[in-house]
Design a protein around this ligand. Structure first.
Ligand SMILES: [Zn+2]
Length: 94
């Protein structure tokens, strides 16, 4: 992509489907220092982050180990379940 086409707003892409969106439209996952993975509601937590665009993509990313690859850790099922619980109500995993 030519530099002239760079977008002004920071864009992030979903690790599951690759969809690009503004940071605020995606869910940020963050890896803690202990290697645990959590939902970062503020979007500003310290640590390595990865983005998903929906709970469906969250689930796909977990099952395909893309979260693990993006965050260079091993996502525990318990952590994944916590993330599902922590996501906004309107986007609960069915
Ligand atoms: Zn997605």
């Amino acid at each position: 992509m030519s530099p002239a086409l760079e977008k002004k707003a920071p864009q992030r892409s979903c690790i599951a489907c690759g969809k690009q969106a503004q940071k605020a439209e995606l869910f940020r996952l963050v890896r803690s220092e202990e290697g645990r993975v959590a939902f970062d509601a503020s979007g500003k937590a310290r640590g390595r982050g990865a983005y998903v665009c929906s709970t469906g993509c969250l689930e796909r990313a977990f099952k395909s180990k893309r979260i693990d690859r993006a965050l260079r850790t091993s996502t525990a099922r318990a952590d994944f379940e916590q993330i599902c619980i922590a996501l906004p109500d309107s986007l609960q995993v069915i």
